[in-house]
Design a protein around this ligand. Structure first.
Ligand code: NAG
Ligand code: NAG
Ligand code: NAG
Length: 446
């Protein structure tokens, strides 16, 4: 529906109807917008504040969209109730391209700059890896600053499809939880560290098996061992070399850092983004192709802010600007994983879990002791969850992620932060396993 607002916005500008200062129009618009994006606010005051932020964004969007020479448009998207300051705090800064990081990085095992093929490869006039099936659906990082993980999985998904012919969505959560040597979960990271980590670990698990939780958790060591997709190394595109960046994109989707903290980036909705934009990198995205329109060349860039941002989650960013860093610094820090080896064969289903000499549970289950005497377990039961936590009542078990049993209320909890705050299992996005509680009881043969 954003086109409708755009239309309304244009009509407003053209006919100079009352703007947000006479707020019944924007209040009405805000109501519709809240409905569309499912926004509710805990208090009247908060709602009032959000309305005022929305009105401010409305003014900004209307003003920019009325510029005759602008090549891009803005809209009141899902971020339209956030101040620019809030937006930056919540969605940016996940890309830590500091000098320190770079020093460590160049000490890594990458071969920097592949230049033997310069000028040798054919450069088509346009290219879209999405049309070749090498790009997964746009993901949503939520307010976890792990753009680096999304950019890196996107690049690995791409090269994996190009080499093996199968498109597999890969796990950012594994990177957030387990790749902790240099990267810092929702606090930021770099794609090259991911490539080093995945290479060293011997592969990475799928999105489906280790899904994104929009927060940090403990590394699941079983899933860490599920090495579904491998890479053989990575390469850095020489900084500020747009020609080499283009050659890299011709071969595969490429990870890049950009400055994503311009206000116009927050509310971008379409067209070719030309800035103005700083070149200090604070966000990571993925170039998945390039094209030109009316003589303006642009990159096709996949973001990780969900499908409601930009063009179904994508942004077109101008290229060949003559500025060596590129728009928003996009030429400054590009890299991509390399792959020539096939992926490992699928692992056999987990073998039976042995409880003691005489009893075992099937693979993917956990042994829980149901009758203990003098410290010895005499009877075992099987919990149908893998690596589960056995509850003290000896009747129930909880999934590993939600390890606190509340057997009176039939719930499993998890601690959040440093307080006594607890989270209820069925709000935790546990992918259907909560339904197991009752079946669990039945399976325990009592
Ligand atoms: C809000 O939605 C209603 C119902 O769809 C519509 O009639 C009204 O014009 C909308 N208001 C604005 C300001 O877009
Ligand atoms: C568009 O016009 C505005 C105001 O006339 C000017 O400040 C701005 O630099 C122009 N932008 C471009 C990309 O030409
Ligand atoms: C931890 O607890 C202290 C004291 O209650 C509180 O001030 C602080 O905000 C808490 N930090 C987090 C991350 O929850």
């Amino acid at each position: 529906m954003s086109w409708l607002w755009m239309l309304l916005a244009v009509i407003l500008v053209v006919f100079d109807l009352p703007n947000s200062k006479s707020s019944s129009f924007t209040a009405d618009l805000f109501e519709n917008w809240s409905k569309q994006y499912g926004k509710t606010y805990p208090s009247r005051q908060e709602k009032q504040f959000r309305l005022s932020v929305f009105e401010d964004n409305y003014d900004y969007v209307t003003k920019l969209n009325s510029l005759a020479n602008s090549t891009y448009t803005l809209s009141l998207n899902a971020f339209a109730d956030l101040t620019h300051h809030e937006f930056k705090a919540r969605y940016l800064g996940g890309f830590s391209a500091s000098a320190n990081n770079l020093i460590t990085l160049n000490g890594g095992s990458s071969s920097v700059g592949a230049s033997c093929s310069v000028g040798k490869i054919d450069i088509p006039s346009s290219l879209d890896w999405r049309k070749k099936g090498a790009v997964t659906n746009v993901k949503d990082q939520g307010s976890c600053g792990a753009c680096w993980a999304f950019s890196a999985t996107g690049a690995i998904e791409g090269i994996n499809e190009i080499v093996t012919g199968s498109l597999v969505s890969l796990s950012e959560q594994e990177l957030i939880d387990c790749d902790r040597s240099y990267n810092n979960g929702c606090g930021g990271g770099l794609m090259d560290y991911v490539y080093e980590f995945v290479q060293k670990n011997g592969g990475i698990d799928t999105e489906q098996d280790y899904p994104f939780k929009a927060g940090e958790g403990n590394c699941n060591s079983n899933k860490l061992k599920r090495r579904i997709v491998t890479i053989d190394g990575y390469k850095d595109v020489p900084a500020n070399n747009e020609q080499e960046l283009l050659q890299a994109v011709v071969k595969q989707p490429v990870s890049v850092g950009v400055c994503g903290s311009e206000r116009a980036f927050q509310l971008y909705s379409g067209g070719i983004f030309t800035g103005p934009c700083s070149t200090s990198l604070d966000h990571a995205v993925l170039i998945v192709g390039y094209d030109s329109k009316n003589g303006v060349d642009y990159w096709i860039v996949k973001n990780s802010w969900g499908r409601s941002w930009g063009i179904n989650g994508y942004i077109y960013m101008v290229r060949n600007t003559g500025n060596s860093a590129g728009v928003c610094g996009i030429n400054k820090m590009a890299s991509y994983p390399t792959k020539s080896s096939p992926n490992p064969p699928p692992a056999p289903p987990p073998g039976p879990a042995k409880c003691d000499l005489f009893s075992s549970c099937s693979g993917g289950e956990t042994c829980c002791c149901s009758w203990q005497l003098l410290g010895l377990c005499l009877t075992w039961k099987c919990c149908e969850l893998e690596s589960a936590v056995c509850c003290k009542d000896r009747l129930h078990c909880c999934p590993r992620d939600y390890p606190i049993c509340d057997t009176n209320r039939n719930l499993c909890f998890k601690r959040m932060g440093n307080s006594t705050l607890v989270k209820q299992l069925h709000n935790g996005g546990l992918s259907g396993k909560f339904g197991d509680w009752s079946s669990l009881l039945a399976n325990w043969n009592f």
